[in-house]
Design a protein around this ligand. Structure first.
Ligand code: ADP
Ligand code: MG
Length: 354
């Protein structure tokens, strides 16, 4: 199978929304009046972001999901994407399920594959997504960026901080796959779903336009990604560690639930146990593809409405403060100070497959 055969068979599909899809030197997208394009690229490298033997259908889903998550974080509606693919060989048994996982998620979000590039090389998948947001909107508190898109900047002192869905289960599943922790089979299966089939919070992101003051997606861990909001907004924050820990779904699914989970895995939160695995996973695990966002306390009802509209649970986990830095407190407001690093591909501590 040659390059063009491969493209035609697996990656050429009707693109009713695009003016022109696969087959020419460029694809053509019509920009709608009053709308802005939101554009983001993410690359997944074999042996770095996923195990080389990962189920290709899972990989197809995930490589688009991580890109859609960036659109979600901006409150953008997905339109289209391009796919740049380096493959060691044109293996149909790999390509068919890969395309299936990829295009099923694309269809779920009405996001059309409009072009790309295909070459021989070590497995590498790079996607660029294109979405749209209204140029004008109630959102922007950042006069320098005229848009209704949700930005990392824009949070104000006193804003509530929320996280969507669940956190830490993908990281826990990875620890289990690496043999560093043993989980009951059904708990592990559920956690593994979160690692392999993340649900980008596209509907929630759009529902939060005009409601949230700042937003980011959680790809590298809550501490790091909330950290981006703090930095871009020039503020600090206080986060309730007990509330965050409650977002680890595996802890609730554990036979006998949270107390048993903490006892068996030795992960009970207390200031003497700052490296507890569960906390490491929820605060710095990564691969969650949830949203972390801020909103004024006057928007609490609107946030709940957005959660309801998008059928996505959200939990208030803290508040924005003027003093820089992120402070972690327990349920009683006592300060706790664990050392957590979010995932950084170039830090010395993370030179293994993640
Ligand atoms: P060019 O050499 O002009 O950049 P190519 O010959 O590489 O174009 O690709 C031919 C067409 O196939 C282009 O429209 C390109 O966007 C599309 N294409 C190439 N690889 C992929 C892919 N993996 N998925 C979708 N479309 C692709
Ligand atoms: Mg060309």
């Amino acid at each position: 199978m040659g390059e063009f055969d491969l493209i035609r068979r697996f990656f050429t599909r009707p693109t009713p929304r695009a003016v022109l899809g696969v087959g020419d030197d460029c694809a053509l997208l019509q920009s709608a009046p009053g709308m802005q394009m939101a554009i983001s690229t993410d690359m997944l490298v074999g042996g770095r972001h996923f195990f080389a033997d990962t189920d290709p259908q899972v990989l197809g889903h995930k490589c688009l999901a991580v890109n859609l998550s960036d659109l979600a974080a901006c409150g953008a509606r997905p339109l289209a994407f391009t796919l740049a693919l380096a493959l060691p060989e044109a293996d149909e048994a790999w390509l068919a399920p890969f395309a299936q996982g990829l295009l099923a998620l694309a269809d779920d979000h009405g996001c059309e594959l409009i072009g790309g590039d295909t070459t021989r090389g070590p497995l590498n998948i790079c996607i660029t997504v294109f979405g749209e947001v209204p140029a004008q909107g109630a959102n922007t508190r950042n006069p320098l960026v005229p848009t209704s898109a949700l930005l990392r900047s824009g949070a104000q002192v006193g804003d509530d901080i929320y996280a969507s869905g669940t956190l830490g289960d993908a990281a826990l599943a990875l620890q289990a796959l690496l043999g560093r922790v043993a989980l009951p089979a059904d708990v592990q299966a559920q956690a593994r779903q979160r690692l392999e089939r993340p649900s980008p919070r596209v509907a929630l992101g759009q529902a939060l336009r005009g409601v949230a003051s700042a937003c980011a997606d959680v790809s590298d861990g809550l501490v790091g990604d909330l950290g981006h909001i703090l930095e871009r907004s020039g503020l600090g924050a206080e986060v309730d560690v007990d509330r965050v820990l409650a977002l680890l779904a595996a802890r609730a699914h554990y036979p006998g639930a949270a107390a048993q989970f903490d006892q068996v895995l030795g992960t009970a939160w207390n200031p003497q146990n700052p490296q507890a695995l569960a906390l490491q996973c929820v605060l710095a695990g990564g691969d969650d593809y949830e949203l972390v966002f801020c909103a004024a306390p006057t928007q609490r009802a609107a946030v709940q409405q957005a959660a309801l509209l998008s059928a996505t649970p959200v939990t208030r986990i803290g508040s924005m403060q003027a003093a820089p830095g992120l402070r972690l407190v327990d349920g009683r407001g006592r300060s706790v100070a664990p050392q957590f690093a979010s995932f950084d591909h170039f830090s010395a501590a993370t030179q293994t497959t993640a």
